[in-house]
Design a binder for this molecule. Structure first.
Ligand code: FAD
Length: 356
């Protein structure tokens, strides 16, 4: 047997890498875990996330993951009330003909109830559309949450920030990681949670067969302060939403940008004229009064799995290297479930030893 430096190495210190580290240690508190992050914890997609959780899923698996994650976050918040996770009420708008599909897509816990208008009046209900109120929505400051999860984990996991993984070699008994520092790290098992960095040289060839792609994500900031009781508004047919971003003092409008196969290292940081135009086209249907207050925003990207399914897969025949991610712009809301699925592929007990 090769000597290993650590039982598990988790590559990527985003919300997912931290959740996975947490899950491994919850199941086996005695395990040694090293988390490797080329930048600072939470500085990838997790830094730009809008952090909205809505209680829905486009498939049975994603609905189960959403339900699991919703419960997990609720337990986490109950145990640590200071965490930046905030419950929100929600209004969903969809084509009147879509009610049956809507009821299938949303979790029963959402308890969708038809209403005539959007609470607070931030958006209108156009002809042909209908509105429903629902429960189970929450949002988080994902960057801050990731830092807090990391802080909690530091006594039991080893964090190496500013350390890029530049090479990966899977042997029969262990996996050797080459690091940007010139060191090597030998791990019994490696979890890759690289967010949109699917094409990093160390794992590009291993990850490519999964068929995941990277898509740009754009959200506009609307410089209008939300009222304390304002609700999230979900535009189901356009896969867009308005979020009252209380902790930052403005609204956020997220729409579905269709720019695919972007590179997280070279993606321009700012909003382009085309992004703004596309976003405002959608917003104009529901809240045209907000258009001239959409003066800023956030742009980054995320990994998307085939069929809009998150990917949790062994990358080597012996299962020593596992990929976790490609959560389709839902990596915050599904992170606890992805972490649990990932742990299920590792040689760990099936149950956590703690409560969330
Ligand atoms: C604008 C925007 C809005 C979003 N809104 C929502 C939302 O409302 N709700 C929701 O659920 N999701 C949302 N998402 C998606 C969500 O933020 C992501 O799915 C989630 O943050 C992904 O987390 P992650 O840990 O997998 O990836 P990341 O946070 O990207 O973490 C991956 C980490 O891996 C590190 N890394 C990469 N290569 C290496 C290497 N070679 N060596 C070591 N480390 C490496 C990176 O530095 C990075 O920190 C949004 C995303 C964006 C961009």
């Amino acid at each position: 047997m090769a000597r290993t430096d650590t039982d598990f190495a988790v590559v990527g210190g985003g919300v997912l890498g931290c959740m996975i580290t947490r899950e491994i240690l919850a199941r086996t508190p005695d395990a040694s875990v090293v988390l490797l992050e080329r930048d600072a914890v939470g500085s990838g997609a997790s830094r730009r996330s809008a952090g909205l959780h809505f209680p829905r899923g486009s498939s049975e698996r994603v609905r189960a993951m959403a339900a699991y994650s919703q419960d997990h976050y609720a337990a986490l918040k109950a145990a640590r009330p200071e965490l930046p996770i905030h419950r929100l009420d929600m209004t969903v708008l969809a084509d009147v003909s879509q009610e049956a599909r809507l009821r299938e897509t949303y979790l029963p816990e959402a308890k969708l109830r038809p209403v005539a208008e959007v609470a607070g009046g931030i958006a209108r209900v156009p002809a042909g559309k209908a509105a429903w109120e629902g429960d189970g929505c929450q949002y988080a400051d994902v960057h801050a949450l990731t830092q807090l999860l990391a802080r909690d984990l530091r006594p039991t996991a080893e964090f190496r920030e500013g350390v890029a993984v530049t090479g990966l070699s899977a042997g029969p008994d262990a996996v050797e990681l080459t690091l940007g520092t010139g060191d090597t790290l030998t791990a019994g098992h490696v979890v890759l949670a690289p967010g949109p960095w699917l094409a990093a040289p160390a794992w590009r060839d291993l990850v490519a067969p999964l068929g995941a792609r990277v898509k740009k994500i754009v959200a506009l900031h609307i410089e209008v302060p939300p009222d304390p009781g304002d609700w999230a508004v979900v535009f189901q047919d356009e896969d867009a939403f308005l979020l009252p971003y209380h902790q930052r003092g403005h609204w956020l409008f997220s729409y579905t940008c269709q720019e695919w196969d972007v590179d997280p290292d070279t993606l321009p940081a700012g909003i382009s004229a085309a992004d703004r135009r596309e976003a405002l086209d959608v917003l104009a249907r529901y809240a045209p009064q907000l258009a001239d207050r959409c003066v800023s925003g956030r742009v980054f990207c995320d990994a998307y799995g085939p069929g809009m399914q998150p990917l949790v897969r062994p990358l080597t025949d012996d299962g020593r290297v596992v990929f976790a991610g490609a959560a389709n712009g839902s990596g915050y809301r599904l992170a606890p479930a992805i972490a649990a699925e990932t742990a299920g592929l590792l040689p760990l007990p099936s149950q956590r030893k703690d409560a969330a």
